[in-house]
Design a protein around this ligand. Structure first.
Ligand SMILES: C[S@@+](CC[C@H](N)C(=O)[O-])C[C@H]1O[C@@H](n2cnc3c(N)ncnc32)[C@H](O)[C@@H]1O
Length: 206
């Protein structure tokens, strides 16, 4: 069951300096939350043979290391994150190295609908495959997000997990934001237990 509409509120992790102990601890919490959500498994399942990958809002890069472990092969990953001084819109707009795929894990929900469309328009020009794994905006996910204290999550994570679910996605909301163009196959669905997966694949590629 989806919650009615997205609501965007600032996340605490985005406001803390990367080396702040509360931010460092929260990134550790995120690794455990990603493991519980099964996000590395979900992303690995959709990456196909892609090797050259950009991870938007990729944090400390741990998610893509887990994806590579699952795939049992090396990936050439560019982690695009503010904590490394990289901004996703600048990265996507600048001519850069060839990419087989762009990944976003627990990142797209930070964006307004307008910025989401802008990001998708740029991403569609940069790679033939886009895979996103985001919080599902559902009552079970909201319920679970209120319980992250049980795994020892700190105040930052306890706040951000609830905010993230409220800003998450349901239905075909991400498909609706992808640029209208022939030649893309779109897939969007719940991924158990609490994730929402979106895959855009240029027809005939990968
Ligand atoms: C919830 S964390 C997810 C991190 C990582 N994907 C993971 O699954 O562990 C969201 C990340 O997006 C980054 N971020 C937010 N807005 C950004 C932007 N406009 N450009 C680059 N990074 C951004 C934050 O610094 C943060 O590391």
């Amino acid at each position: 069951m989806g919650l009615l509409s997205r609501s965007l509120e600032p996340e605490l992790l985005d406001q803390l300096p990367p080396q702040d102990p509360r931010a460092v601890r929260s990134r550790g919490d995120l690794r455990r939350i990603n493991a519980i959500m099964g996000n590395a498994r979900i992303i690995a399942r959709h990456l196909g043979t892609a090797t050259r990958v950009a991870d938007l809002g990729g944090g400390d890069g741990s998610l893509m290391r887990a994806v590579a472990r699952r795939l049992g092969r090396e990936l050439e990953v560019t982690v695009v994150d503010r904590i490394a001084g990289l901004e996703v819109f600048d990265f996507l707009a600048a001519p850069g190295r060839t990419l087989d795929a762009i990944v976003a894990n627990l990142f797209l929900h930070h964006l307004s609908d307008h910025d989401l469309r802008r990001l998708f328009s740029l991403a569609a020009l940069r790679a033939p495959l886009f895979v996103a794994c985001e919080p599902r905006r559902s009552r079970p996910a909201l319920w679970a997000s209120r319980l992250v204290g049980l795994i020892g999550a700190n105040d930052v994570t306890r706040h951000d997990s609830v905010v993230s679910v409220r800003a998450g996605f349901a239905g075909k909301e991400l498909s609706a934001a992808w640029p209208l163009a022939d030649g893309w196959l779109l897939r969007e669905e719940p991924a158990r237990p609490f994730s929402h997966v979106f895959v855009a694949q240029r027809d005939g590629i990968v």
